[in-house]
Design a protein around this ligand. Structure first.
Ligand code: NDP
Length: 339
């Protein structure tokens, strides 16, 4: 069976492609420029069951249709969407690619008769109510919705709010599309917390500037210098990238997952915990990892998360911080050294 992965050069998508190939699928990855094709192929040792195609504009349903239609895919994993905090025009740089990228994928899928399922990569951002602030005793599940609207994203006064609004609006638009008419496919929404963990060995960024947004949060927390302050925690829900990839494959396979929304989370974290775990695992980086206030857990009392439904339906096992940072940190320090 042939599965499409959009934004195939992205951090999470690379792991999804690897997991799908491992499971025996044929994979067609999309990237937005020809210069990115070879990098994706190399990341997977030019696997014979991997093709990479260019779709320049992810908001254009016709281009998906032209390129993907003739391939008769059975499913699409839609991961291509902006995740960064550098947007200057929130509507142009965040809201439009996120929302129209999702609806264009669905519009094209509605015309590609072979497609049975769309896996939509959403986020804890579309679950979390950031404006509610710390809510001790509150346990977020996939039943919860962020209250942010499209307009909140356009007029946001900071980039993280615009990003959260983009994920919320994109997911809402996708569910709305699913109501619109009889369709030959169903939708599964996956909502990961901050995704940490190693890069595929062949897909390590060339410099720290090229590190994806979520792993960059780890880098900021563990490299600030022994006696310097830790940056404030953003998140504060996290999950390992390999478990996210596993959830995507399971969401494809488990028939009864169709029509569902699943929170992907290992647990709550704070930057002090990232530093404490990293210091314990890697004494050799001790001069870089801030000491801060060891053992202090500022965000763990803010709220909780429950993945009970995900565990039941998808049966994902969640790696812990030791497993995630244990592999990521040496790679990040190699990237800094240009190795
Ligand atoms: P990356 O930044 O590593 O990858 C993003 C992918 O989307 C890249 O292929 C990128 O292409 C593509 N993309 C971004 N903006 C556009 C655009 N305007 N037009 C076309 N393609 C675009 O991010 P992640 O792997 O971290 O994220 C993948 C998905 O997972 C996103 O939907 C993100 O919102 C979601 N997610 C991520 C989390 C995380 O912590 N990492 C947490 C929760 C959800 P290019 O390289 O050319 O820019």
């Amino acid at each position: 069976a042939l599965v499409v992965v959009t934004g195939a050069n992205g951090f999470i998508a690379q792991h999804c492609v690897a997991a799908l190939l491992e499971e025996g699928y044929h994979v067609v990855g999309t990237v937005r420029s020809a210069g990115k094709v070879d990098g994706v192929k190399t990341s997977h040792q030019r696997h014979p069951r991997l093709d990479v195609v260019v779709i320049e504009d992810i908001t254009n349903a016709q281009s998906y249709l032209d390129v993907l239609g003739p391939l008769s895919p059975v499913a699409v994993l839609h991961l291509a969407a902006p995740f960064h905090y550098n947007a200057t025009n929130f509507e142009r740089d965040m809201m439009i690619p996120a929302v129209q990228g999702s609806t264009a994928t669905l519009e094209a899928a509605a015309q590609i008769k072979s497609i049975r399922r769309i896996i939509h990569t959403n986020s804890f951002a579309s679950i979390y109510d950031a404006a509610a602030g710390p809510a001790p005793g509150k346990t977020y599940t996939a039943q919860d919705w962020s209250p942010l609207t499209y307009e909140d994203g356009v007029h946001a006064d900071n980039a993280p709010t615009a990003y959260r609004a983009s994920k919320t609006a994109a997911e809402k638009a996708a569910w709305k599309f699913m109501e619109s008419r009889p369709l030959g496919f169903d939708l599964v929404s996956l909502c990961p917390g901050m995704v940490f963990g190693p890069f595929l060995p062949e897909a390590k960024p060339k410099s720290i500037a090229g590190v994806n947004t979520s792993n960059l949060l780890v880098w900021a927390a563990v490299s600030a210098g022994r006696d310097n302050a830790l940056p404030p925690t953003r998140g504060p829900v996290w999950v390992d990238v390999r478990d996210v990839a596993d959830a995507h494959v399971k969401a494809l396979r488990v028939v009864e997952a169709g029509g569902g929304r699943y929170l992907l989370a290992s647990g709550i974290y704070c930057n002090q915990e990232l530093a404490d775990v990293s210091r314990r695992l890697f004494p050799k980086y001790g001069d870089r990892i801030p000491i801060g206030e060891p053992g202090k857990r500022e965000s763990h009392t803010h709220f909780g998360v429950s993945t009970a439904e995900t565990d039941k339906v998808l049966g994902v096992k969640w790696r812990n911080l030791e497993q995630s940072l244990g592999e990521l940190l040496p790679q990040l320090f190699e990237v800094e050294r240009g190795q």
